[in-house]
Design a protein around this ligand. Structure first.
Ligand code: NAG
Ligand code: NAG
Ligand code: NAG
Ligand code: NAG
Ligand code: NAG
Length: 487
């Protein structure tokens, strides 16, 4: 197609050339050049208003000189026709020549275009390759960048690992340091501990020694204490003997005053508290008395204040500290201390009341603090062979209008000797030792109860006709005084 187009273009060029330059025309085609000299229309004689157009000539009206001119015109026409023909021939020739030339040219053009395209392609390829190289270089730079970055990172990593290694080293060093310190401290501690242990052991030894010493001193002290108590008892004995001698001296003085004769001096023997009182001792306390036909002395409590004084106490209770639920032998010999709660003893009471006529007084106090007494003008008890049978006459007093003491002749009973008139064992039921009948309205040796209660206690301290069976008696005293005390 391109080939046909270029051919067309050439023809047109030739036509224009022909149209503009008639006289001389040169056509250059490749190495050949063609020069044409063309006939000129202007040299021909012009018949006035001549028009180029043949048709116009033909249409114009005929002139007298027209024959000649017509001839000229016909010549011209033929010449023109010849020229034209010639031109046509020429043209044809040229065209033929041209055609072959054109073919070559076309081929050349084609080659040229091919080379151009090839060049274009080459340039394209070159540009593409340049692009590729650019891209490649980009990629390369990127890769390089990445590698460098990686290298940097690697460097950083190595740096950090180095730092870590350093830290590790430092830490291990510190640890080893610490371990060393610990060991040192341990050893120091161990040493201190051992020292402390030794010190403690030494202290222990010292303490043990101290303890031993203290024990020794304690034993020594104990021995001394025993000795001193012995000394004190000895002193008490001495005091007692001294007081006795004092009493004797006092009695002697009294006798001296009475008799005013020193020749009749004899040792005075006190039979009871009344004797002592009569000799001028009017203070309550413990005194020794001598029983008749007996060298033995008996310690008694003397009440020198109550109703004239001179009372020898047989029984006394006031706080329940002494156990009165005892056997026959205890009641026979007596128990307790004359300063506290006690029973003087049936044998002593028998010996006393057999040697003189005695009045018995029973003093009572209850939980409310109210006091009362019962008195028996004549009182004595038999010996053990008659089971210490009681004999009491001449009742009076404030502790009941009826005597609470059992009938005369009632025998004494304890938990181990049942001498009552009951099928039961009163001493075991009512407790204590007493003159139980069956079992009787009194028992001053019963269980010592405290507190106020409406519950009847059969085994309690009892003096029935004073306040009935429910009264709690908190203080009891049985004491005797010779009948002729005030005579
Ligand atoms: C590597 O690439 C980063 C962006 O990805 C850029 O900021 C940096 O400057 C580049 N480094 C080099 C050395 O080209
Ligand atoms: C006991 O008394 C005797 C003398 O009777 C005396 O030598 C001794 O030192 C006394 N002992 C004490 C511990 O007082
Ligand atoms: C003391 O003994 C005499 C005879 O030695 C005797 O007659 C008297 O009854 C006795 N007195 C008493 C209390 O036993
Ligand atoms: C009872 O009295 C005696 C003598 O005063 C005393 O030793 C004892 O501690 C008293 N007991 C009670 C329980 O109050
Ligand atoms: C005017 C002109 O030159 N005419 C010629 C045209 O060509 C023929 C033959 O070739 C000639 O005979 C004419 O004279």
């Amino acid at each position: 197609m391109g080939w046909l187009l270029s051919l067309g273009y050439l023809t047109v060029v030739v036509a224009i050339v022909i149209g503009t330059e008639r006289r001389k025309h040169q056509v250059q085609h490749g190495s050949c050049s063609y020069t044409f000299i063309l006939p000129e229309v202007e040299q021909c004689p012009s018949p006035g208003n001549f028009r180029v157009s043949k048709s116009l000539q033909r249409d114009s009206p005929m002139h007298p000189d027209a024959a000649q001119t017509e001839k000229k015109l016909e010549n011209l026409e033929s010449a023109t026709e010849n020229n034209t023909l010639w031109l046509q021939k020429l043209e044809n020739y040229i065209q033929e020549n041209l055609r072959s030339e054109m073919v070559v040219e076309m081929q050349r053009n084609a080659i040229n275009t091919q080379t151009a395209t090839m060049l274009e392609i080459g340039t394209n390829l070159l540009s593409q390759s340049a692009e590729h190289t650019r891209k490649l270089t980009n990629v390369e730079t990127q890769v390089l960048n990445q590698t460098s970055r990686l290298e940097i990172q690697l460097l950083e990593y190595s740096l950090s690992t180095k730092r870590l290694e350093k830290q590790l080293l430092q830490q291990t060093q510190e640890v080893s340091h610490l371990n060393d310190k610990k060991q040192q401290r341990f050893t120091a501690l161990e040493a201190r501990h051992s020292q402390e242990l030794q010190a403690i052991q030494q202290e222990k030894h010292q303490l043990q020694e101290l303890l031993d010493r203290q024990g020794r001193t304690v034993t020594v002290l104990e021995r001394q204490l025993v000795a001193s108590t012995r000394n004190s008892t000895m002193l008490q004995h001495q005091q007692a003997t001294l007081s006795e001698t004092l009493q004797q001296l006092l009695a002697m003085i009294g006798q001296c005053n009475e008799i005013t004769s020193l020749s009749k001096v004899k040792t005075v023997i006190f039979r009871d508290c009344a004797d002592i009182y009569k000799y001028g001792i009017t203070e309550n306390g413990i005194y020794n008395i001598h029983l008749s036909n007996n060298t033995q002395t008996v310690k008694v409590f003397c009440d020198m204040k109550t109703r004239g004084g001179g009372w020898t106490v047989l029984q006394h209770r006031f706080n329940g500290s002494m156990d009165f639920h005892r056997n026959w032998k205890d009641y026979k010999t007596g128990f307790g201390d004359p300063t506290g709660e006690h029973w003087l003893g049936n044998d002593v009471i028998h010996l006393l009341t057999k040697s003189r006529d005695y009045t018995l007084q029973v003093q009572l106090e209850d939980g409310d603090g109210s006091q009362a007494y019962s008195q028996y003008d004549n009182f004595y008890i038999d010996g053990e062979e008659k089971k210490y049978s009681v004999h009491a006459e001449g009742f009076s007093g404030t502790a009941g209008r009826i005597s609470s003491l059992t009938h005369s002749g009632t025998m004494f009973s304890t938990k181990d000797q049942d001498n009552d008139r009951c099928s039961c064992k009163c001493a075991q039921m009512a407790s204590g030792g007493w003159w139980f009948e069956a079992c009787g309205p009194s028992n001053l040796n019963g269980i010592y109860h405290t507190g106020i209660s409406s519950v009847m206690r059969y085994n309690g301290v009892k003096w029935y006709y004073w306040k009935g069976p429910n009264s709690i008696i908190t203080k009891t005293t049985m004491m005797i005084r010779p009948v002729e005390f005030f005579k």
